[in-house]
Unconditional design. Structure first.
Length: 532
């Protein structure tokens, strides 16, 4: 793989700086070793000693009986699958690694490049992605999310846009420490290049060239996980528990999150317990999540239950690249949060507190089962439904156009004062009477994915989503706030090789404003990804 030399030097530096013993061996394993291949011991590659007492001239002299054992630490470039076969990692460690990497690597997770020093291991994974996107309006960036569509009659609503981007390219590192007394510790650092950019135009803004050609790296995941015989603990930025991601992401070429989809990664402390048998898996988890507003002084709380039938399986693709075999499963999750805003005044003295709650249900259902060896002619349904108050930050770009009313202009002043809000838009706002309201959202997203007969390297998917709010009409101008949005798409995937995936999508966005007007956007996307 051409990317390996770029990272070897980087990976070796921390090991040498930590005072590890000198490198004794570096080897590259075969590209596709069988999963059940047993390790080859060092001794098996040596010539056995001759039974004759006479030593041939070419034979090496025997080592002295009192010679010291070789204390050098071995170094290897290998894969998770080979590490399991050699007994360097346990089945539980292998399963945990595949779970962490499946959203990005899917069934390739076991073959991701791993750098091993003794019993320490670092796994490199990710993909290089190129996207070409056409939109019939000038409303959306590469990630459409829940952004509002420009109204007909406006310039942006009546003109189209084309984007070429590599910003969804992803790079991840997973670190594994040796298991100690039944306790396993891992770390994950995952990045992409969708970092926040300045808006185009204006004296202090960025440019299109800097946005697309000099993309900013951002953190997706940065966490440590501690697995014990009693409970597992996660500390750091990872998928929120609400919606039990990333088990239920839809199969779509479009950059996620898509309309109506719960999609959020947050700093958290999560405690979970998994009970697994040959037939079923049961999981329970609770988490304290970064508060949506730091000045509320109270973390958000989430909890959930998940149940899976392990032998009822089908291929499942998450987004563009994460294809793997997954079982029938159901999950129920909940979110509770608090917001605290100053009164609607330029010089507030009191505050308002509001508590919001949301619930979500998710499912993955194999209709025509499939397996790793028989992916062709398999069909699966996935779906998610959620409802609640103050949950806008659980979606991508979901504001609904709501806004606080304008403060009155004082006598003698020429401009109205600015309300000092300290909350991200779309979560809560005031009505015209100065009363605080949490914004309500109900959403549904469901999808089908069908793998064509044969090897399963060609498959199609279709998705539909609907988002609706019951109170946005009271929290801003009717011609600016969203009543609902309907979205659907069709996707065709082709695995040209095990490392190259090509895919196309058509998507339709139908945004209904509270004055009854519909704004439509048509999107066509072609994407190519190189998985490593």
């Amino acid at each position: 793989m051409t990317l390996r030399p770029l990272f070897f030097t980087w990976l070796l530096v921390p090991a040498l700086a930590a005072g590890l013993p000198a490198v004794a061996r570096a080897q590259t394993p075969p590209e596709s070793p069988p999963p059940s291949a047993s390790p080859t011991s060092d001794a098996s590659s040596q010539v056995p000693p001759s039974s004759s007492p006479q030593q041939t001239p070419s034979a090496s002299p025997a080592a002295p009986a009192d010679s010291k054992p070789d204390t050098k630490t071995s170094v290897e470039f290998t894969s998770l699958r080979l590490l399991l076969g050699k007994g360097i990692i346990t089945q539980a460690e292998y399963d945990a690694a595949v779970r962490d990497l499946s959203e990005t690597s899917g069934q390739r997770a076991g073959d991701n490049l791993s750098f091993v020093v003794g019993k320490w291991a670092t796994t490199l994974y990710g993909f290089i992605e190129g996207d070409t996107i056409y939109d019939s309006t000038q409303s959306l960036n590469e990630i459409a999310g829940n952004s509002q569509i420009g109204r007909p009659g406006t310039y942006g609503g009546d003109h189209d846009r084309t984007q070429f981007s590599v910003r969804n390219t992803r790079l991840g590192l997973r670190f594994k420490a040796p298991e100690t007394n039944g306790i396993r510790a891992t770390g994950q650092l995952e990045m992409d290049f969708l970092g926040t950019q300045l808006a185009f135009g204006g004296a202090n803004a960025g440019t299109e060239a800097s946005n697309y050609n000099n993309a900013l790296m951002r953190v997706r995941h940065a966490n440590l996980q501690i697995e014990t015989p009693v409970v597992d603990v996660l500390i750091g930025q990872y998928w929120v528990l609400f919606g039990w991601h990333a088990k239920y992401l839809p199969a779509t070429v479009e950059l996620q999150g898509v309309p109506g989809e719960i999609f959020s990664r947050q700093m958290q402390v999560q405690i979970s317990k998994t009970i697994k048998t040959d037939d079923v898996t049961f999981e329970i988890a609770v988490a304290a999540i970064r508060p949506p507003q730091r000045n509320s002084a109270v973390p958000a709380g989430q909890g959930g239950l998940r149940f899976a039938v392990n032998k009822w399986t089908a291929p499942q693709t998450l987004n563009l690249t994460g294809s793997s075999i997954q079982p029938l499963s159901f999950a129920v999750t909940a979110d509770v949060r608090n917001v605290r805003l100053p009164e609607l005044s330029a010089t507030p003295k009191t505050n308002y507190d509001k508590v919001g709650a949301s619930v979500a249900g998710d499912a993955f259902i194999p209709i025509i089962p499939g397996s790793k060896d028989h992916k062709g002619n398999s069909l699966a349904l996935s779906g998610e439904v959620s409802t609640g108050y103050g949950s806008a930050d659980m979606y991508t770009g979901q504001t609904g156009g709501v806004a606080n009313p304008t403060l009155p202009t004082p006598a003698g002043a020429t401009t109205a004062p600015v309300y000092p809000s300290d909350l991200d838009p779309g979560i809560a706002t005031f009505d015209a009477g100065g009363q605080l309201h949490l914004v309500q959202w109900t959403s549904f997203i469901g999808g089908l994915q069908y793998y064509l007969p044969g090897s399963g390297n060609v498959f199609v998917s279709a998705n539909y989503a609907r988002t609706h709010s019951s109170n946005t009409g009271n929290l801003g101008a009717a011609n600016r706030t969203r009543d609902s949005e309907d979205w659907f798409d069709f996707n065709l995937y082709w695995d040209a090789t095990s490392a190259i995936r090509l895919a196309v999508e058509y998507a339709n966005f139908n945004d209904k404003y509270n004055d009854g007007l519909h704004a439509i956007n048509h999107r066509a996307q072609f994407s190519g990804a190189f998985l490593f």
